[in-house]
Write a protein that binds this ligand. Structure first.
Ligand SMILES: [Zn+2]
Length: 140
């Protein structure tokens, strides 16, 4: 009895001609899958380039300003905010976000993030903070 496999690209069931090595129903699905992988790579690297914050102190001569912030992307900041939101808002006493909960969230954010005074705001006007929990420098 021949076993049916699921094509990794189109999801259609097919009977493989060679067992074990074939992952797609046809050559066209195999090459389309490869092409879409290549495209994803390009998109990802473009996103990373666009979102990476360049060091603010590039033209600054003062040594205390030469903290590199390259690599701290907006994506990372977004993820940590989601994490904080979950921590605060999913605790048992907070079933729905009320005004009190939002106040709690603000207090929590203030205790976690300490404003960094020797760095300027990023090009988007966001303020640099030191994240006590992760030890990272973030712009919020
Ligand atoms: Zn297919």
């Amino acid at each position: 009895m021949k076993k049916t496999e699921i094509c990794l690209y189109c999801g259609i069931g097919y009977v493989p001609k060679r067992r074990g090595v074939q992952k797609f129903c046809s050559n066209s699905c195999r090459s389309l899958n490869w092409k879409s992988k290549q495209q994803n790579k390009e998109v990802k690297s473009m996103v990373l380039q666009g979102k990476t914050i360049k060091p603010l102190a590039q033209n600054e001569s003062k040594p205390e300003d030469k903290i590199s912030v390259a690599g701290i992307g907006n994506a990372a900041i977004g993820a940590s905010l989601v994490e904080i939101g979950k921590e605060v808002l999913t605790s048992p006493q907070n079933k729905a976000a009320t005004k009190g909960d939002i106040q709690d969230l603000k207090t929590f954010l203030r205790s976690r993030y300490l404003k960094v005074h020797n760095l300027r705001k990023d090009p988007h006007g966001k303020t640099p903070y030191y994240d006590v929990k992760t030890g990272n420098l973030v712009y919020l």
